[in-house]
Write a protein that binds this ligand. Structure first.
Ligand code: TXA
Ligand code: MG
Length: 345
């Protein structure tokens, strides 16, 4: 039997037994459990150190499973599923009666997506063939496979570093190609348009508009609003432990020089060619296009974090719609890692 098939079989058996399995998706690695089994779902929250009122995304083998999980599904949901699934788009819909509150954080809605990674699809389809867990619901709840508030894993080794023995099996599918979490769109108001964008991702508002004819409205969280409808929407999230600061492109070389002169060790994440930086071990250069940049972002942040410098300097990226998802992640990383550093410049 090919080794990957063997691993899928073991993963299916673990899920059916209510255990956790980490698996690659096209966005980031997920920490999966039988979404219809509240005890299995509880294990996810324990392993991640995540508050129990944060809802999870349920991963399905195909859009034909949507009606087991959602009710009053509006036509736009089917249109979006047709256009973007399998793929990095999560739809928030009204939950079906059978959906356990453990997976929705007690809300009347549920987050659903069909992931595009071949290993994720193999796992979900094999799971469905094997009965699909409790009540044959065939859904795998999976948040990103990191400790709560930290950077999402985009390689199997990251999952091992984050969760260690808490996860029985990690399916290794190499580097996740998209590199940042899925776009989340709230369709709970039904056919009332426009829907709300809860989290930007690879699928852009402009792409969504080409299908539904209208641009989503950007969810506007009030200052001080800590309700965790979308945990990634808390101001501090996706954060390295090293303080991180965004620096305008034109000022980066000067800020690096000044901080180094003052005796500080700083790591650098850039996309421009910087003069005079050479091949510093604490410098990562990402591609200058939003997709390429997103794809390498979390792995680069993780490596720079491990370099244990005083500060990670990140070259600010363009303020255009194409960069919206990356801007969102960098802003939160800067916010989460800024713990009163005295490294002002
Ligand atoms: O790309 C992704 O979406 C990855 C992969 C593994 O699929 N998953 C992921 O899961 O990022 P997680 O749990 O780290 O983030 C899911 C987000 C959370 O912020 C959660 O609050 C939101 O989805 N969410 C889930 N159900 C929701 C609901 N019913 N209403 C509002 N937000 C919801
Ligand atoms: Mg997450």
């Amino acid at each position: 039997m090919p080794p990957e098939l063997d691993a899928i079989d073991r993963a299916v058996a673990l899920l059916q037994a209510g255990e956790l399995v980490a698996f690659p998706t096209e966005t980031v690695y997920g920490l999966g459990a039988d979404a219809a089994n509240p005890a299995a779902v509880a294990r996810i929250f324990t392993a991640k150190g995540r508050p129990a009122d944060h809802p999870l995304i349920v991963h399905l083998p195909a859009d034909s499973y949507l009606e087991r999980w959602a009710r009053e599904i509006p036509a736009v949901a089917w249109e979006l599923a047709e256009a973007f699934w399998p793929g990095p788009l999560t739809l928030i819909l009204k939950r079906a009666a059978a959906v356990p509150g453990a997976v929705t954080g007690g809300q009347d809605s549920v987050g659903l997506r069909v992931p595009a990674h071949p290993l994720a699809l193999d796992l979900l389809r094999a799971y469905a063939r094997a009965g699909g867990g409790l009540a044959g619901m065939c859904g795998v709840a999976a948040p990103s496979a990191n400790r709560f508030g930290r950077i999402s894993p985009t390689e199997a080794a990251h999952v091992r570093d984050e969760l260690g023995d808490a996860v029985k099996l990690i399916l290794d599918g190499g580097r996740c190609p998209v590199g940042i979490e899925s776009t989340i769109l709230d369709l709970t108001p039904g056919s009332a348009l426009p829907p709300r964008l809860l989290r930007p991702g690879r699928i852009t508002c402009e792409q969504i508009a080409t299908v539904i004819g209208v641009l989503p409205e950007i969810a506007d969280r009030q200052p001080g609003d800590r309700t965790p409808r979308v945990s990634g929407s808390l101001a501090a999230h996706y954060a390295p432990t090293t303080p991180l600061r965004l620096v305008p492109p034109g000022r980066l070389a000067e800020v690096i020089a000044r901080l180094r002169q003052a005796g500080h060790r700083c790591a650098v994440l850039c996309y421009s060619q910087l003069p005079d930086q050479g091949a510093s071990p604490d410098l990562r250069r990402l591609p200058g296009d939003p997709r390429g940049y997103a794809s390498g972002l979390y792995a680069a942040l993780r490596e720079l974090d491990q370099a244990a410098t005083d500060l990670i300097l990140v070259e600010e990226i363009p303020a255009t719609p194409a960069w919206a998802a990356v801007t969102d992640r960098l802003r939160r990383a800067a916010c989460g890692a800024d713990r009163g550093t005295d490294l002002q410049s």
